[in-house]
Design a protein around this ligand. Structure first.
Ligand SMILES: [Zn+2]
Length: 44
């Protein structure tokens, strides 16, 4: 699961798709949520 790095909106779209952005704010950097670690992912 991913969340927007700015507004923390959950991202439902597959971020493997080029050009995907946050539904709420249009931001293109997302945080990948895992049980024990967080990884920042930049959309292409
Ligand atoms: Zn956002």
């Amino acid at each position: 699961m991913y969340r927007c790095a700015r507004c923390k909106e959950p991202i439902k779209t597959d971020i493997g798709i080029v050009g995907v952005q946050c539904d709420r704010c249009g931001f293109k950097i997302f945080i990948k949520e895992r049980p024990n670690m967080k990884k920042v992912v930049k959309a292409r």
